[in-house]
Design a binder for this molecule. Structure first.
Ligand SMILES: Cc1cc2nc3c(=O)[nH]c(=O)nc-3n(C[C@H](O)[C@H](O)[C@H](O)COP(=O)(O)OP(=O)(O)OC[C@H]3O[C@@H](n4cnc5c(N)ncnc54)[C@H](O)[C@@H]3O)c2cc1C
Length: 321
């Protein structure tokens, strides 16, 4: 493709979380297979700039996906409420309600929302819950971060399996299943009540397998292999749980005028990069930092903020391939 531009070209095509080949090249094959939140983030800006001599910094830094329960069906009350416009009169009413209604009433009202899109806590697995895939095969109990394991299951996702002892443990403080910061903690009975679409219960593992649609012999074998359930009925399944890749943090190196900087350290005339595409090696882990506008000169002191990755060497160019 040839672009004719009298003043310059600005690359603003986002990150490469949907760029399978780029992820495989710069991160690893496992992350390459993760389903991205944004299927359009194919890394076209990075690819185009590389051809012109640009370089990508901190290409291997990515936000570790966190497992989430499937959202509720969009045709019920939840779907209706989601369609309400965020008008001030409505939000003020909600705010007033939060401040003045009795806690018990708020909790009942909120649980439908609080249990939506939430991340079940990893401690459930420490306490004996199993993660099984859509075939009922055991996926927990390895050294791998459980969120990465869930992400590896793709769209099919998996199920968290437990027994009565686990249910009872995660019914009271401090063993909440999930939390919505500043609003509430959600416990097993909340999911049982508010989210029948992601909660199943049965007197035996075989009947639980039927309820969630996995082969019974696989589920019983998984439970036996894990050896962490103590056989107290009823058994429960939470899921499907899935984990998507939110974003990659590697971006083109840029100078203080947002010009793309080549691997030889000189700026490429007329070629600019902004947003995720021109993230310039900055690791952004605070709330809102990405949206706040983050194109970052490679020579800025902040560009060497430590990244959450095994080898946090600052301003790391993508490995040559
Ligand atoms: C679910 C989710 C939640 C997030 N929450 C937060 C948050 O709370 N706070 C925060 O700071 N950040 C958050 N982020 C990150 C933030 O949204 C991004 O960092 C930001 O949107 C990046 O902006 P951008 O303009 O660089 O890229 P994008 O917003 O990805 O825009 C790039 C655009 O380029 C288009 N495009 C791609 N390739 C081409 C091509 N070849 N030709 C033409 N167009 C193309 C894409 O379709 C897209 O429209 C979140 C991201 C996700 C996915």
């Amino acid at each position: 493709m040839q672009v004719q531009a009298s003043r310059g070209v600005i690359l603003a095509a986002g990150d490469f979380s949907a760029g399978r080949d780029l992820k495989a090249r710069w991160i690893n094959e496992q992350v390459a297979e993760f389903v991205p939140v944004n299927p359009h983030a194919t890394g076209d800006a990075q690819t185009m700039a590389l051809e012109l001599g640009g370089q990508v910094l901190n290409a291997d830094v990515f936000d570790v996906p966190s497992m989430r329960l499937a959202p509720p069906p969009s045709d019920g009350l939840f779907g209706l409420l989601q369609k309400l416009p965020p008008r001030r009169i409505l939000t003020r009413t909600v705010r007033w309600g939060l401040d003045h209604l009795p806690d018990r009433m708020i909790r009942t009202l909120m649980m439908g929302f609080v249990t939506t899109y939430l991340s079940p806590r990893e401690v459930m697995f420490d306490e004996g819950a199993l993660l099984v895939d859509a075939s009922g095969d055991l996926r927990s109990g390895t050294d791998e971060n459980i969120n990465l394991t869930v992400a590896s299951l793709g769209e099919a996702g998996g199920y968290i399996i437990g027994d009565r002892a686990l249910y009872e443990k995660f019914s009271t403080d401090p063993y909440h299943v999930a939390t919505a910061p500043g609003v509430a903690f959600a416990y097993m009975p909340d999911f049982r009540r508010a989210r029948p679409d992601v909660y199943a219960e049965a007197p035996t593992l075989e009947s639980l397998a039927d309820r969630i649609g996995v082969p019974a012999e696989h589920l019983t074998k998984s439970a036996a292999a894990a050896g962490t359930l103590n056989g107290q009925a009823p058994y429960f399944a939470l899921g499907p749980v899935r984990a998507y890749l939110l974003q990659t943090n590697g971006g083109l190196a840029i100078d203080s005028e947002l010009r793309v900087v080549g691997s030889d350290g000189t700026s490429i005339p007329g070629l600019f990069a902004v947003g995720n595409a021109g993230q310039g090696g900055l690791a952004l882990f605070g709330h809102g930092h990405h949206l706040a506008g983050h194109s970052h000169p490679a020579d800025s002191p902040d560009a060497s903020l430590p990244a959450r990755r095994p080898d946090p060497s600052p301003l790391q160019p993508a490995p040559e391939t």
